[in-house]
Design a protein around this ligand. Sequence first.
Ligand code: IPD
Ligand code: CA
Length: 264
Amino acid sequence: MARSALLNVMVAATRKAARVLSRDFGEIENLQVSKKGPGDFVTAADRKIESILHEELERARPDYCFLMEESGKVEGKDKSHCWIIDPIDGTTNFMHGIPLFAISVALQRDGELVAGVVYNPATDELFVAERGAGAYLNDRRLRIAARTELEDAVVCCGIPHMGRGDPAQFMRELAAVQPRVAGIRRTGTAALDLAWVAAGRFDAFWESGLSAWDMAAGIVLVREAGGMVTDMENNLKMLSSGHIIASNDGIHPALHKCLKSAAA
Ligand code: IPD
Ligand code: CA
């Protein structure tokens, strides 16, 4: 698969950061059993990965803006382009030695998401997509799952925890969805959840209370794999609302209706 110059820049930065992230993941096992635990180490890893991505992408495109999980918004001269970065999506998994986490990098142009890269160094799965050019896992073209009935669907979701989000609303949503689907999963990394929807592994994904960097790259992947992504209101304000439903155009409307029926 021949990649565009843009995707080459994104993949090179991601792979460079991932080499450090893989080394750090190897350290986690030791820290896991230490008294202090891996908390501070993970915070430092998050910052380190983010600064590698920042440095590499800034070198390639010096004027672009950045929106990053750790450093927030960093303005550039070119206001029409913004990199949206999550250095480690699935931080809790990473911290617990669970090999489900990813670097997520997206590019927004004039407010539209145009490219996304999600990379899990623990499995060496590189998901890339560019608007109009399709979505790929390593070199394989991705297609959203073909199942169109909710009753056949394995649906992934996010679960609010630690006082975040609206747990009561989530419990209502779960009660509405659970009897109607073939299975429900929760991985702990929204970026990979979306990548896995793009790959047809999950038939659908929904979550509330996300940040833009959790989902920006994954949204491009799902769309380019032929999927449909909206917020809970069936609009396209996922990044600002923090709500997302992603699936194919068969299951999406049914899941959306089901989730809306659970609204308080
Ligand atoms: C988290 C993951 C998780 C989602 C949380 C996010 P982080 O990101 O995407 O799946 O449920 O809402 O905050 O903290 O691991 O980068
Ligand atoms: Ca995240």
